[in-house]
Every structure is written in C-alpha cells, then in structure tokens.
Write a protein of this length. Structure first.
Ligand SMILES: Nc1ncnc2c1ncn2[C@@H]1O[C@H](COP(=O)(O)OP(=O)(O)O)[C@@H](O)[C@H]1O
Ligand SMILES: [Mg+2]
Length: 251
C-alpha cells in the first residue's frame, strides 16, 4: 500500500528525517513511536505533501506521489488527523464532517447548491452515520470549538473517515486523554476506523498501540531504529533507552 524510500527532510540544521525506509502492506496497522521531536509528525507531513522532501520517494500502491499537492494526495486515498487539531471551531459538528466529505472528487460546487439531489441526500446520511459511529450524533449541531477535547478528537477522526481513505494516518489520536478516554478511543479505532483500511498510528500511549498494532516502527533523532513485532521491538535496548531515557513521563 505504502512505500517510503530513503526519505530525508531537514529544517535548517535539524535533520527531522534521515533516510527513512518503510513499507506498509495492505490492511496492516503500524504503530509509529519515538520520543518527542524524533520526526513522527514530519513523516506524516512529508507523506501527505505538507512538506516537500529533500530526497527520497513516497509510493502509494506503487505510484510515485512524492511532493504532490496535499489535496491531490487526499484524493488518491490518504487521509490523516492532526496532533494539534484542525477542525473548524466555528462550524457545527456535522458541517465539519460534511466539508471534509465534499473535498472528494465528484462533489463540486453544484452538488453543494443542489442539496436535494439523491446523491447529496445519501452523503448527508453518510455524515450522520459517521457521527453516530464516533459517538457524536447528539452533538451534531453543537459548535465544534465548544466540544471537550476527546470529542474534538473523535470529530477529527470522523472528518478523516469522511474522505473514505484507503490509508489512514492518525497523529496522537488519544493525545491529552485520560486512560479511560484512551481505552474508548482505542476501541473506536479498532472496531470502526481500522477494518478494511491500512493504518499508521503515532502514539506515545503503549496501551493504545498494543491494542491496535501488529507492528511497531520506532524513530529516534529522525532515524528508524526498530521495526517489527511489538513484543520484540519493546525489548530492544536502544528502544528502551530512547524511551525511558528521554521520554518516560511523557505519556
Ligand atoms: N515546520 C517545521 N519547521 C522547523 N522545524 C520543524 C518543523 N517541523 C518539525 N520540525 C523539527 O523537526 C524535528 C521533528 O519534529 P516532529 O516531526 O514534529 O517530531 P515528533 O512528531 O516525533 O514529536 C524537531 O526537531 C522539530 O523541531
Ligand atoms: Mg508529533
């Protein structure tokens, strides 16, 4: 599904990513972990076209998508959530999802105006179905900015899923959540977001990661230091050092 080849990206003198290789198979759920500043979000930003690469390639189903515009990459089937949420705070919950859905091809300005067409009715039903699934049906008319943080993260997930992505990139989907909220988010991702998709999840919380992922990839200072089954990766001494040495209290 996704292949990243020898990808490098620096900001000024800081090498955020150094020669990263990563292959993710169709249907796989991969956890991307590593201390703060190790390059996890930058990897998502480069895959989704937010930042250009310095060198290397990104292939989606074998096609080179390196440095394509973000909107084009979304249309090719990659959607993401953001560590720092990117919802429209002054729009209602359902409008937020509806707007995300309408970034897809075949849904142009005319369909927005002809709200009574059969296709548009089906899309509105789909929005309501997504809100129901993420547990926000009863908040559909609330302003997105008025929601508590866990609900804002659920809304971001619904917005990403509204784009029907084949590859879903989740950047700290349980960031700022309590252990109970994190467990709920893990169940929602596992039961609703993951089936039928390929997924990469950035997360510090190992309980969420171990509930979801068959494979872990570890970054440290922009380099990949481990990639494999979670129980093996989490026994590797350099992984433990990177984690416990610099980041133990971070989750
Ligand atoms: N837009 C940017 N401009 C400058 N430096 C950046 C930018 N994005 C990331 N960095 C730097 O790249 C490194 C990796 O950051 P990031 O990918 O956000 O790490 P992580 O998500 O693993 O915490 C950090 O040193 C960070 O300061
Ligand atoms: Mg990050």
């Amino acid at each position: 599904m996704l292949r990243v080849e020898s990808l490098s990206r620096s900001f000024g003198g800081v090498a955020a990513l150094e020669e990263i290789d990563l292959a993710v198979a169709d249907g796989e759920v991969v956890g991307l972990i590593g201390p703060n500043g190790s390059g996890k979000t930058t990897l998502f930003n480069v895959i989704t076209g937010v930042h250009p690469v310095d060198s290397g390639r990104v292939l989606l189903r074998g096609e080179d998508i390196t440095d394509q515009a973000p909107a084009r990459i979304v249309r090719r089937g990659i959607a993401r959530t953001f560590q720092n949420l990117r919802i429209f705070r002054r729009m209602s919950v359902h409008e937020n999802v509806w707007v995300a859905q309408h970034s897809l091809p075949g849904v142009g300005p005319m369909t927005l105006l002809s709200g009574r067409s059969a296709g548009e009715r089906a899309r509105r039903a789909e929005v309501d179905g997504l809100l129901d699934a993420v547990g926000l049906a009863d908040r559909r008319d609330a302003l997105a900015g008025s929601l508590p943080l866990p609900d804002q993260r659920r809304l971001e997930l619904a917005r990403a899923l509204a784009r029907s992505p084949a590859l879903l990139l989740l950047d700290e989907p349980a960031g700022g959540m309590t252990p109970a909220e994190t467990a709920e988010m893990a169940a929602l991702i596992r039961d609703f977001a993951v089936p039928g998709r390929t997924c990469i999840v950035i997360e510090h919380k190992l309980d969420l990661i171990s509930a979801l992922c068959q494979r872990l990839c570890v970054l440290n200072f922009g380099r990949k230091i481990a990639d494999g089954a979670p129980q093996e990766v989490l026994q590797q001494s350099d992984v433990l050092e990177a984690y416990l040495g610099r980041d133990a209290g971070d989750a």
